[in-house]
Ligand binder design. Structure first.
Ligand SMILES: [Zn+2]
Length: 157
């Protein structure tokens, strides 16, 4: 977003918030048409914690907390900062962990066929070993692997 000289900072922020709200409306509309798991992962993706809207909102709260901390030195500010920290934690972890649990229940993580562990990063994929050797082939065995076992397969090639 480029800032125009005519806009005050307040107007710029209001415009950014309006854009974010419009994007959220688009997401809401798309959620109505998509699968529920994908919709939950928009909020919180436990495979990539820094993605997801909850992480973004928690990040904004953290930035604002830092700004309040830097700007204000009056006594009692510690109380406000503590409340803001707690708000950030509730968004990031309180809400996030409940969504993780719901996702685990709705779609249990797959079990890696190599290490036998059930982890969120396990995916069904074409055999990384044969893909590395014959990338142009379309006839690869499908494997269920976690990220580290997939990397190990790839490196064996
Ligand atoms: Zn594995």
């Amino acid at each position: 977003m480029s800032s125009t000289p005519k806009m005050t900072l307040e107007q710029e922020l209001a415009a950014a918030v309006a854009m974010a709200r419009a994007c959220l409306d688009d997401i809401l509309e798309a959620v109505g048409r998509s699968d529920r798991l994908g919709a939950l992962r928009i909020l919180r993706d436990h495979r990539k914690m820094d993605r997801g809207l909850l992480a973004a909102v928690a990040g904004i709260i953290g930035h604002i907390t830092d700004a309040v901390d830097a700007a204000d030195e009056h006594e009692g500010i510690a109380y406000a900062l503590g409340q803001l920290d707690e708000a950030q934690g509730l968004v990031q972890d309180g809400a996030g962990e409940r969504i993780d649990r719901a996702l685990d229940y709705l779609a249990p993580p797959l079990v890696c066929q190599d290490c036998g562990r059930q982890k969120p990063d396990v995916q069904v994929m074409p055999d990384p070993f044969t893909v590395a050797i014959e990338p142009e082939s379309t006839d690869h065995e499908q494997m269920t692997l976690c990220e580290s076992c997939a990397t190990a397969h790839f490196e064996e090639s």
